[in-house]
Design a protein around this ligand. Sequence first.
Ligand code: TYM
Length: 328
Amino acid sequence: MKRVFSGIQPTGSPHIGNYLGALKNWAKIQYDYESIYCIVDLHAVTIYQEPKELRQKIEELAGMLLAIGIDPTHSSLVVQSAIPQHAELAWMLTCVTPVGWLERMTQYKAKSAAQETIGDGLLQYPVLMAADILLYNAAIVPVGDDQSQHLELARDIAGRFNSLYGETFVMPATHLPSVGARVMGLDEPDKKMSKSATGSGHAVSLLDPPEVIRKKIMRATTDSNPAVDFETMGAGVQNLLTIYQAFTGALDVDVRAHFSGMRYGDLKKQVAEAVVAALSPIQERYKQIMDETGYVAKVLDEGAKRITPIAAETVEVVKKAMGLYTAS
Ligand code: TYM
Protein backbone atom coordinates (compact mmCIF):
# COMPACT_ATOMS: atom_id res chain seq x y z
CA MET A 1 0.00 0.00 0.00
CA LYS A 2 1.35 3.44 -0.94
CA ARG A 3 2.06 5.87 1.85
CA VAL A 4 0.67 9.35 2.35
CA PHE A 5 2.41 11.88 4.60
CA SER A 6 1.62 15.45 5.52
CA GLY A 7 2.30 17.92 8.31
CA ILE A 8 0.98 21.03 10.02
CA GLN A 9 2.71 23.46 12.38
CA PRO A 10 1.32 23.89 15.90
CA THR A 11 1.42 27.68 15.71
CA GLY A 12 -1.44 30.18 15.81
CA SER A 13 -4.86 28.58 15.51
CA PRO A 14 -5.80 26.35 12.59
CA HIS A 15 -8.18 28.06 10.18
CA ILE A 16 -10.46 27.28 7.26
CA GLY A 17 -7.55 27.76 4.83
CA ASN A 18 -5.67 24.90 6.52
CA TYR A 19 -8.84 22.85 6.53
CA LEU A 20 -9.85 23.38 2.90
CA GLY A 21 -6.29 23.34 1.53
CA ALA A 22 -5.08 20.28 3.40
CA LEU A 23 -6.85 18.79 6.42
CA LYS A 24 -10.11 17.95 4.65
CA ASN A 25 -8.11 15.96 2.10
CA TRP A 26 -6.12 14.24 4.83
CA ALA A 27 -9.32 12.79 6.26
CA LYS A 28 -10.78 12.05 2.83
CA ILE A 29 -7.89 10.05 1.39
CA GLN A 30 -6.62 8.41 4.58
CA TYR A 31 -8.19 4.99 3.91
CA ASP A 32 -6.79 4.78 0.37
CA TYR A 33 -3.23 4.71 1.74
CA GLU A 34 -1.11 3.93 4.76
CA SER A 35 -1.44 7.41 6.26
CA ILE A 36 0.89 9.38 8.49
CA TYR A 37 -0.07 12.86 9.70
CA CYS A 38 2.44 14.85 11.66
CA ILE A 39 2.39 17.86 13.98
CA VAL A 40 5.66 19.50 13.00
CA ASP A 41 6.85 21.14 16.20
CA LEU A 42 10.50 21.22 15.03
CA HIS A 43 9.36 23.40 12.14
CA ALA A 44 7.42 25.65 14.52
CA VAL A 45 10.56 26.53 16.52
CA THR A 46 12.31 27.95 13.45
CA ILE A 47 10.59 31.08 14.76
CA TYR A 48 10.56 31.66 18.55
CA GLN A 49 7.57 30.09 20.30
CA GLU A 50 6.66 30.60 23.92
CA PRO A 51 7.47 27.11 25.35
CA LYS A 52 4.38 26.57 27.55
CA GLU A 53 2.09 27.78 24.82
CA LEU A 54 3.75 25.57 22.20
CA ARG A 55 3.41 22.47 24.38
CA GLN A 56 -0.29 23.17 24.80
CA LYS A 57 -0.85 23.92 21.12
CA ILE A 58 0.61 20.57 20.10
CA GLU A 59 -2.03 18.77 22.14
CA GLU A 60 -4.84 21.03 20.96
CA LEU A 61 -3.87 20.60 17.33
CA ALA A 62 -3.80 16.82 17.76
CA GLY A 63 -7.33 17.06 19.21
CA MET A 64 -8.41 19.13 16.22
CA LEU A 65 -6.96 16.65 13.73
CA LEU A 66 -8.95 13.89 15.41
CA ALA A 67 -12.04 16.13 15.35
CA ILE A 68 -11.78 16.75 11.60
CA GLY A 69 -11.83 13.00 11.07
CA ILE A 70 -8.34 11.54 11.26
CA ASP A 71 -9.01 7.97 12.37
CA PRO A 72 -6.27 6.84 14.75
CA THR A 73 -7.18 3.18 14.31
CA HIS A 74 -6.11 3.49 10.68
CA SER A 75 -3.83 6.54 10.38
CA SER A 76 -0.79 7.35 12.48
CA LEU A 77 -1.03 10.75 14.14
CA VAL A 78 2.37 11.77 15.46
CA VAL A 79 4.46 14.64 16.76
CA GLN A 80 7.67 15.25 14.81
CA SER A 81 9.98 15.74 17.81
CA ALA A 82 8.91 12.39 19.27
CA ILE A 83 10.66 10.62 16.39
CA PRO A 84 14.36 11.62 16.43
CA GLN A 85 14.97 10.24 12.92
CA HIS A 86 13.30 13.33 11.39
CA ALA A 87 16.15 15.54 12.59
CA GLU A 88 18.75 12.85 11.88
CA LEU A 89 17.72 12.41 8.24
CA ALA A 90 17.42 16.19 7.86
CA TRP A 91 21.12 16.52 8.65
CA MET A 92 22.09 13.96 6.03
CA LEU A 93 19.92 15.70 3.44
CA THR A 94 21.33 19.11 4.42
CA CYS A 95 24.70 17.81 3.29
CA VAL A 96 23.47 17.19 -0.28
CA THR A 97 21.43 20.42 -0.58
CA PRO A 98 23.02 23.47 -2.22
CA VAL A 99 22.45 26.65 -0.19
CA GLY A 100 21.30 28.43 -3.36
CA TRP A 101 18.27 26.12 -3.60
CA LEU A 102 17.23 27.16 -0.09
CA GLU A 103 17.82 30.88 -0.54
CA ARG A 104 15.44 30.84 -3.51
CA MET A 105 12.44 29.62 -1.46
CA THR A 106 9.72 32.29 -1.41
CA GLN A 107 8.58 31.38 2.12
CA TYR A 108 12.15 31.73 3.38
CA LYS A 109 12.41 35.15 1.76
CA ALA A 110 9.10 36.30 3.26
CA LYS A 111 9.74 34.88 6.75
CA SER A 112 13.35 36.01 6.99
CA ALA A 113 12.40 39.55 5.94
CA ALA A 114 10.20 39.75 9.06
CA GLN A 115 13.00 38.64 11.47
CA GLU A 116 15.68 40.73 13.11
CA THR A 117 18.03 37.74 13.34
CA ILE A 118 17.51 34.88 10.93
CA GLY A 119 17.96 31.51 12.65
CA ASP A 120 19.72 28.91 10.51
CA GLY A 121 16.67 26.68 11.05
CA LEU A 122 14.61 29.03 8.92
CA LEU A 123 16.90 28.39 5.95
CA GLN A 124 16.96 24.64 6.65
CA TYR A 125 13.18 24.50 7.05
CA PRO A 126 12.46 22.87 3.65
CA VAL A 127 15.23 20.30 4.15
CA LEU A 128 13.54 19.15 7.36
CA MET A 129 10.30 19.04 5.41
CA ALA A 130 11.94 16.85 2.75
CA ALA A 131 13.22 14.60 5.55
CA ASP A 132 9.69 14.27 7.00
CA ILE A 133 8.41 12.96 3.70
CA LEU A 134 11.39 10.87 2.56
CA LEU A 135 11.76 9.21 5.98
CA TYR A 136 8.59 7.25 5.20
CA ASN A 137 9.08 7.07 1.43
CA ALA A 138 5.69 8.74 1.10
CA ALA A 139 4.31 8.69 -2.45
CA ILE A 140 1.55 11.26 -1.90
CA VAL A 141 1.67 14.54 0.04
CA PRO A 142 -1.67 16.38 0.43
CA VAL A 143 -1.00 20.11 0.97
CA GLY A 144 -2.25 23.56 0.07
CA ASP A 145 -0.76 25.42 -2.86
CA ASP A 146 1.69 27.44 -0.72
CA GLN A 147 3.70 24.24 -0.08
CA SER A 148 4.14 23.37 -3.78
CA GLN A 149 7.58 24.98 -4.02
CA HIS A 150 8.78 23.11 -0.91
CA LEU A 151 7.55 19.85 -2.40
CA GLU A 152 9.39 20.51 -5.63
CA LEU A 153 12.52 21.06 -3.58
CA ALA A 154 11.92 17.79 -1.70
CA ARG A 155 11.90 15.99 -5.06
CA ASP A 156 15.10 17.80 -6.10
CA ILE A 157 16.81 16.79 -2.86
CA ALA A 158 15.65 13.18 -3.26
CA GLY A 159 16.90 13.19 -6.86
CA ARG A 160 20.28 14.57 -5.89
CA PHE A 161 20.67 12.04 -3.09
CA ASN A 162 19.69 9.18 -5.42
CA SER A 163 22.17 10.29 -8.07
CA LEU A 164 25.02 10.64 -5.55
CA TYR A 165 24.40 7.51 -3.47
CA GLY A 166 22.15 5.24 -5.55
CA GLU A 167 18.36 4.85 -5.78
CA THR A 168 17.14 5.30 -2.21
CA PHE A 169 14.06 7.52 -2.14
CA VAL A 170 10.63 7.41 -3.75
CA MET A 171 9.66 10.68 -5.53
CA PRO A 172 6.75 12.21 -3.58
CA ALA A 173 3.81 13.66 -5.56
CA THR A 174 2.04 16.87 -4.53
CA HIS A 175 -1.70 16.40 -3.99
CA LEU A 176 -3.72 19.64 -4.13
CA PRO A 177 -7.50 19.97 -3.64
CA SER A 178 -9.46 20.98 -6.77
CA VAL A 179 -11.13 23.84 -4.87
CA GLY A 180 -9.59 25.69 -1.91
CA ALA A 181 -5.87 25.08 -2.57
CA ARG A 182 -5.25 28.75 -1.71
CA VAL A 183 -7.80 30.42 0.54
CA MET A 184 -7.19 34.15 0.83
CA GLY A 185 -7.49 36.46 3.86
CA LEU A 186 -11.03 37.79 4.36
CA ASP A 187 -9.76 41.29 5.05
CA GLU A 188 -6.96 41.23 2.43
CA PRO A 189 -7.99 38.96 -0.44
CA ASP A 190 -4.63 39.49 -2.17
CA LYS A 191 -2.82 37.66 0.67
CA LYS A 192 -3.23 34.01 1.59
CA MET A 193 -5.11 33.30 4.82
CA SER A 194 -2.42 32.75 7.42
CA LYS A 195 -2.22 31.49 11.02
CA SER A 196 0.22 34.19 11.96
CA ALA A 197 -1.72 37.21 10.60
CA THR A 198 -3.05 39.16 13.53
CA GLY A 199 -6.05 41.04 12.11
CA SER A 200 -9.26 39.88 13.81
CA GLY A 201 -11.12 39.82 10.50
CA HIS A 202 -8.41 37.95 8.61
CA ALA A 203 -9.06 34.26 9.20
CA VAL A 204 -11.91 32.07 10.40
CA SER A 205 -10.47 29.78 13.05
CA LEU A 206 -11.85 26.25 13.17
CA LEU A 207 -12.92 26.96 16.74
CA ASP A 208 -14.64 30.31 16.15
CA PRO A 209 -18.20 30.29 17.54
CA PRO A 210 -21.02 30.77 14.96
CA GLU A 211 -21.57 34.44 15.80
CA VAL A 212 -17.88 35.22 15.29
CA ILE A 213 -17.82 33.34 11.98
CA ARG A 214 -20.86 35.31 10.79
CA LYS A 215 -19.36 38.62 11.86
CA LYS A 216 -16.01 37.95 10.13
CA ILE A 217 -17.62 36.86 6.88
CA MET A 218 -20.13 39.72 6.84
CA ARG A 219 -17.17 42.12 7.14
CA ALA A 220 -15.09 40.45 4.40
CA THR A 221 -13.62 42.74 1.75
CA THR A 222 -15.49 42.60 -1.58
CA ASP A 223 -15.31 45.18 -4.39
CA SER A 224 -17.23 48.17 -5.69
CA ASN A 225 -19.88 46.10 -7.51
CA PRO A 226 -23.20 45.74 -5.66
CA ALA A 227 -23.77 42.12 -6.67
CA VAL A 228 -22.00 39.02 -7.98
CA ASP A 229 -20.81 39.35 -11.57
CA PHE A 230 -18.68 36.37 -12.62
CA GLU A 231 -17.00 38.34 -15.41
CA THR A 232 -15.73 41.29 -13.36
CA MET A 233 -15.62 40.10 -9.73
CA GLY A 234 -12.57 40.89 -7.62
CA ALA A 235 -10.44 38.55 -5.49
CA GLY A 236 -12.58 39.02 -2.35
CA VAL A 237 -15.82 37.84 -3.97
CA GLN A 238 -13.97 35.02 -5.72
CA ASN A 239 -12.59 33.94 -2.35
CA LEU A 240 -16.03 33.87 -0.72
CA LEU A 241 -17.36 31.74 -3.58
CA THR A 242 -14.39 29.38 -3.25
CA ILE A 243 -15.04 29.00 0.48
CA TYR A 244 -18.71 28.27 -0.20
CA GLN A 245 -17.93 25.75 -2.93
CA ALA A 246 -15.22 23.97 -0.96
CA PHE A 247 -17.43 23.60 2.12
CA THR A 248 -20.57 22.51 0.28
CA GLY A 249 -19.01 20.49 -2.55
CA ALA A 250 -21.28 22.32 -5.03
CA LEU A 251 -20.43 22.08 -8.73
CA ASP A 252 -19.09 25.10 -10.69
CA VAL A 253 -22.25 25.35 -12.82
CA ASP A 254 -24.52 25.31 -9.78
CA VAL A 255 -22.48 27.96 -7.95
CA ARG A 256 -22.65 30.17 -11.02
CA ALA A 257 -26.37 29.74 -11.49
CA HIS A 258 -27.13 30.23 -7.82
CA PHE A 259 -24.98 33.29 -7.09
CA SER A 260 -25.04 35.26 -10.38
CA GLY A 261 -26.52 38.67 -9.65
CA MET A 262 -26.89 38.02 -5.91
CA ARG A 263 -26.26 41.04 -3.68
CA TYR A 264 -23.12 40.81 -1.55
CA GLY A 265 -25.03 40.90 1.75
CA ASP A 266 -26.99 37.78 0.73
CA LEU A 267 -23.91 36.05 -0.66
CA LYS A 268 -22.10 36.57 2.62
CA LYS A 269 -25.02 35.25 4.68
CA GLN A 270 -25.07 32.05 2.64
CA VAL A 271 -21.30 31.62 2.84
CA ALA A 272 -21.38 32.17 6.61
CA GLU A 273 -24.14 29.57 7.07
CA ALA A 274 -22.24 27.02 4.95
CA VAL A 275 -19.13 27.53 7.14
CA VAL A 276 -21.10 27.37 10.40
CA ALA A 277 -22.86 24.16 9.27
CA ALA A 278 -19.55 22.50 8.40
CA LEU A 279 -17.64 23.59 11.51
CA SER A 280 -20.29 22.96 14.17
CA PRO A 281 -19.97 19.14 14.21
CA ILE A 282 -16.14 19.47 14.17
CA GLN A 283 -16.29 21.78 17.18
CA GLU A 284 -18.58 19.39 19.03
CA ARG A 285 -16.24 16.45 18.42
CA TYR A 286 -13.26 18.59 19.43
CA LYS A 287 -14.87 19.32 22.78
CA GLN A 288 -15.63 15.64 23.42
CA ILE A 289 -12.07 14.64 22.50
CA MET A 290 -10.44 17.25 24.73
CA ASP A 291 -12.74 16.34 27.62
CA GLU A 292 -11.45 12.77 27.62
CA THR A 293 -8.37 12.98 29.84
CA GLY A 294 -5.31 11.25 28.42
CA TYR A 295 -6.91 10.28 25.10
CA VAL A 296 -4.88 12.58 22.81
CA ALA A 297 -1.59 11.64 24.51
CA LYS A 298 -2.42 7.96 24.06
CA VAL A 299 -3.14 8.41 20.34
CA LEU A 300 0.15 10.29 19.80
CA ASP A 301 2.07 7.68 21.73
CA GLU A 302 0.59 4.80 19.74
CA GLY A 303 1.22 6.64 16.46
CA ALA A 304 4.90 7.14 17.29
CA LYS A 305 5.30 3.49 18.33
CA ARG A 306 3.69 2.31 15.11
CA ILE A 307 5.88 4.29 12.71
CA THR A 308 9.24 4.58 14.49
CA PRO A 309 10.42 1.24 13.02
CA ILE A 310 9.85 2.62 9.48
CA ALA A 311 11.83 5.77 10.32
CA ALA A 312 14.65 3.76 11.93
CA GLU A 313 14.91 1.47 8.92
CA THR A 314 15.16 4.41 6.46
CA VAL A 315 17.91 6.03 8.51
CA GLU A 316 19.84 2.73 8.51
CA VAL A 317 19.49 2.45 4.73
CA VAL A 318 20.62 6.07 4.24
CA LYS A 319 23.58 5.67 6.61
CA LYS A 320 24.72 2.56 4.75
CA ALA A 321 24.30 4.29 1.39
CA MET A 322 26.47 7.20 2.58
CA GLY A 323 29.10 5.00 4.22
CA LEU A 324 28.30 6.25 7.73
CA TYR A 325 28.90 3.96 10.69
CA THR A 326 26.24 1.33 11.33
CA ALA A 327 26.49 -1.48 13.87
CA SER A 328 26.19 -4.38 11.40
P1 TYM B 1 1.24 24.97 7.67
O1 TYM B 1 1.23 24.58 9.09
O2 TYM B 1 1.54 26.38 7.32
O3 TYM B 1 -0.14 24.64 6.99
C1 TYM B 1 -0.74 23.34 7.06
C2 TYM B 1 -1.40 23.03 5.74
O4 TYM B 1 -2.39 24.03 5.42
C3 TYM B 1 -2.17 24.53 4.12
N1 TYM B 1 -2.56 25.95 4.09
C4 TYM B 1 -3.45 26.48 3.24
N2 TYM B 1 -4.18 25.93 2.25
C5 TYM B 1 -5.01 26.75 1.55
N3 TYM B 1 -5.14 28.08 1.81
C6 TYM B 1 -4.42 28.68 2.79
N4 TYM B 1 -4.57 29.97 3.06
C7 TYM B 1 -3.53 27.86 3.55
N5 TYM B 1 -2.68 28.13 4.58
C8 TYM B 1 -2.09 26.94 4.88
C9 TYM B 1 -0.69 24.36 3.85
O5 TYM B 1 -0.42 24.32 2.48
C10 TYM B 1 -0.42 23.04 4.55
O6 TYM B 1 -0.69 21.96 3.70
N6 TYM B 1 5.65 23.42 5.94
C11 TYM B 1 4.32 22.97 6.25
C12 TYM B 1 4.27 21.83 7.23
C13 TYM B 1 5.08 20.63 6.88
C14 TYM B 1 4.79 19.66 5.89
C15 TYM B 1 5.82 18.69 5.99
C16 TYM B 1 3.77 19.53 4.95
C17 TYM B 1 6.22 20.24 7.50
N7 TYM B 1 6.67 19.06 6.98
C18 TYM B 1 5.85 17.59 5.13
C19 TYM B 1 3.82 18.43 4.10
C20 TYM B 1 4.84 17.48 4.20
C21 TYM B 1 3.55 24.15 6.86
O7 TYM B 1 4.11 25.06 7.41
O8 TYM B 1 2.22 24.01 6.84
